[in-house]
Design a protein around this ligand. Sequence first.
Ligand SMILES: [Zn+2]
Ligand SMILES: [Zn+2]
Ligand SMILES: [Zn+2]
Ligand SMILES: [Zn+2]
Length: 447
Amino acid sequence: MLDHSCQVCRTSAVADHEYFSRAFGESRRFAATSEAVADALGFCPQHGAALLSQAHLSREIVSVFRAVIPRLMPMLEEKYIYEEQVQRIFFAAGNRCPACAYCNRVAARQAGHLAREFSGMEGKAGTRHLETLCVAHFKTFMAELETPTRLAALKQYVNILNSAARAIAKAHQPGTIPNGDLLEGESSTCPRALAQIAGEPGPGADHRAIAIGDTLQQYPTLSESIAHANGCPLCLEVERARRRWTSEISIAAKLNLGRWLFFPACPGHIRDVVRIGDPELIAAVTAHALHVAAEHFRQQALALERADELRKEQAMAPIVRWGRRRRRKQSEPSFPTPLRPTRCPACERLGVAQESAIGSLLELLRKEKLRSAFNRGYGLCMKHFAQAYLISPKGVIRSMLAEDQRNRLADFALMLDEMAKVSPENGSMAGGIVAWPLALQRFCGFI
Ligand SMILES: [Zn+2]
Ligand SMILES: [Zn+2]
Ligand SMILES: [Zn+2]
Ligand SMILES: [Zn+2]
């Protein structure tokens, strides 16, 4: 990791490893781990992919998933669909991950510590302190500050982001940068700017390198991928939408059109653009995202100032009108309403693509022929199952989805039991099938 990387990102990366060795490394924690995994219906795709590289924990992963499945089986009974616990767990499954929760807690603790340090700093020392925070972690840090300090931090951070954007624009003038230099070399401004806006690459960042281009071509539409034997068709559709977005963004950049519609604002999607490998595009996207973030924080600073002025006016007004001070109303807000988080067009597009794929799947499953194809195929990962199941109307499709998922998990439980018996070392059976990556794929949803 480079020197200019965000210090909270560095701590988060350590926390990732720490989480895996805590959750899977000590058998006394297995019960708590399986409860947390069952509550989230798995991990996020990134942590699932990161866990996939922890082959030394395979036996422990098998043990945990052997305990997760019996916890979930009763929830897959259709008669319990409206139970509070089932609704709560299934509804939130798409956004929950026990590893993310652990890392976020660690990051918030460190951000709190840094905020306390910052409160005692002045001038350049404070700016240097803020320069080491990526945008996402600056938000966590800012939430820990008292209002006057928060306002000062916001103003300084806006300057930091604007000067990073200016540095890119300067380096990006035609003919001034040799291609390929943007991501390499300490003299370049882009690695610093990129780390500022996107933080460090998260866990399992390269999981998309898994070659699925052939699968997407083999199953060009959902009605075909419904029968895919090796992966969730909804995961496949989201990946198809992501690839469509990455091809459109290059065109949008070349034509200098629709940046607000295509250019990403969240770290994960900015990193997706980095993986495309076009230095000009990376510079344009980084500069755009810096401007967007700077504007967001500038608005937040303005809102804080306005609220402060309002408070002062309210405190003064009674003296003028009535000659004596009225007591402040209890309902008076101490902070302005927080601004809506910056929207990331890529997140929005993929969210829409996912919702539309779920809708199309439920529509396709009305045909008996396609229901049979679905039953013969891979079925759904747990995260997508939860979303499709909850919105499916009562009837033959909902019952089929619940039964299909129960059968798959029951088969899976038998397979894990066999594997635990046959080869406790790596979770592989005599036939050479390895169980634990299959478990991760079923529960984490990556392709
Ligand atoms: Zn960070
Ligand atoms: Zn996660
Ligand atoms: Zn899926
Ligand atoms: Zn995004």
